[in-house]
Design a protein around this ligand. Structure first.
Ligand code: GUN
Length: 299
C-alpha cells in the first residue's frame, strides 16, 4: 500500500496565512514585526534563499531589512552591524545567512545576535534553553518538521523516533523537540552500527543526514511516518544530458510503499523552513511587546 504524501507546500502556505492574519492584528495596534537578513558575499544559492525570505516576509505584512555586505567584510564591521540591529526596536528578528566566508568565525557572529532576536535559534543561549525545556527560539527546519508530525499523528507521546543526522541545525534540535513531545528518541548518523535495523524500530524517522536516497524502504517499519529533510541534487540522465533533479535523504520510491505517511522532495519539509522563519519573527515580536504568542506556531 502506498503512503499518505504529506503536503508541506500546502501546510507551509497555511502557516504563512496564519502568520499574516496575526501580523494584520498587530498592525491595528501600531506594531509591525521586522526581520533583518544579513548576507555576506555573493554565494548564488544564498542569494536565492535571501531573496525568497525577503519576498515572503513582505507578503506576510512584515518589514524586511536586507543587508548585503561584500565578501571581504571584516569581522569587526559585521559585528558592528549586528550590534546596530540588536539595538533597533523595529527589528524583531535577525538572521545571518550561512555559510559565511571562511575568514569570518560563524560561532562568534551568531552568538553576537541578541538571543531574543535569534530567529534561527542558533545562539548558544537558545540551544541551552531548548535543551532544558525552556522557552527558546527554535531552529526553523526542525520546528517545521515538528508541525508536520503533529499534524499527521496528533500526539507524539510514547512513539519511537529515530533522527538520522546529528547537525546543530537539524539533527540535534529535532531530537530535543521530539523529546519535548515525549517521544523515545534515538540520534543515529552515518556511522551508526546496524543503521537499517535502528530505523526499523522507529514509528517516526527524520532523515537529515545529507546523503542522497540513503534511507531505503526496507529500513522503514510498515506504517511509520517518514520526514525527509534532505535536499540533494543528483544527475538525471532521463531528463537529458547534464540535467539534474532534487532528491531527499530517503529513497522515496521504495519508502512510499512501506511508510504510513511521508514527505516528498521537493514540496515536503523545504517550504516549511521559511514559513517557520516568519512564525519565529512573529513570536519574537510578540515577546518583545509582552503580547500573547501566536498559538500553534511555536514548539
Ligand atoms: N543557510 C542554509 N540554511 C540556513 C538557515 O536555516 N539559516 C541560516 N542563517 N543560514 C542558512
Amino acid at each position: 500500500m502506498s503512503a499518505r504524501i504529506i503536503d508541506g507546500k500546502a501546510f507551509a502556505a497555511g502557516v504563512r496565512a496564519r502568520v499574516a492574519e496575526h501580523v494584520a492584528r498587530l498592525k491595528e495596534q501600531g506594531i509591525v514585526p521586522g526581520l533583518a537578513v544579513v548576507l555576506v558575499g555573493e554565494d548564488p544559492a544564498s542569494q536565492v534563499y535571501v531573496r525568497n525570505k525577503g519576498l515572503q516576509t513582505v507578503e506576510a505584512g512584515m518589514n524586511s531589512f536586507e543587508h548585503k555586505l561584500p565578501a571581504e567584510t571584516s569581522e569587526a564591521d559585521l559585528l558592528a552591524l549586528i550590534a546596530q540591529l540588536n539595538a533597533d526596536p523595529a527589528v524583531h528578528g535577525i538572521l545571518v545567512q550561512l555559510p559565511l566566508p571562511a575568514h569570518l568565525n560563524a560561532d562568534l557572529v551568531i552568538n553576537a545576535i541578541s538571543p531574543v532576536k535569534d530567529v534561527d535559534g542558533f545562539h548558544i543561549s537558545n540551544v541551552g534553553l531548548l535543551g532544558t525545556g525552556q522557552k527558546a527560539m527554535v531552529p526553523c527546519t526542525p520546528l517545521g518538521c515538528l508541525m508536520l508530525l503533529r499534524d499527521t499523528l496528533g500526539s507524539l507521546s510514547g512513539l519511537n523516533a529515530v533522527v538520522v543526522g546529528r547537525s546543530n541545525i537539524v539533527g540535534k534540535p529535532m531530537a530535543q523537540l521530539l523529546l519535548g513531545d515525549s517521544c523515545t528518541v534515538t540520534i543515529a548518523h552515518s556511522r551508526t552500527k546496524d543503521l537499517p535495523e535502528v530505523c526499523r524500530r522507529a514509528d517516526i524517522v527524520v532523515a537529515a543526514v545529507g546523503r542522497p536516497q540513503m534511507v531505503k524502504g526496507d529500513w522503514i517499519k510498515p506504517g511509520a511516518t517518514v520526514i525527509d529533510v534532505g535536499i540533494n541534487r543528483i544527475p538525471a540522465p532521463e531528463k537529458g544530458e547534464g540535467k539534474m533533479r532534487l532528491v531527499g535523504d530517503v529513497d522515496f520510491a521504495s519508502a512510499v510503499e512501506v511508510a504510513g505517511a511521508i514527505t516528498p522532495v521537493p514540496g515536503g519539509v523545504g517550504p516549511m523552513t521559511i514559513a517557520c522563519l516568519l512564525a519565529n519573527t512573529l513570536t519574537a515580536c510578540c515577546r518583545a511587546n509582552h503580547l500573547p504568542e501566536p498559538e500553534g506556531l511555536t514548539a
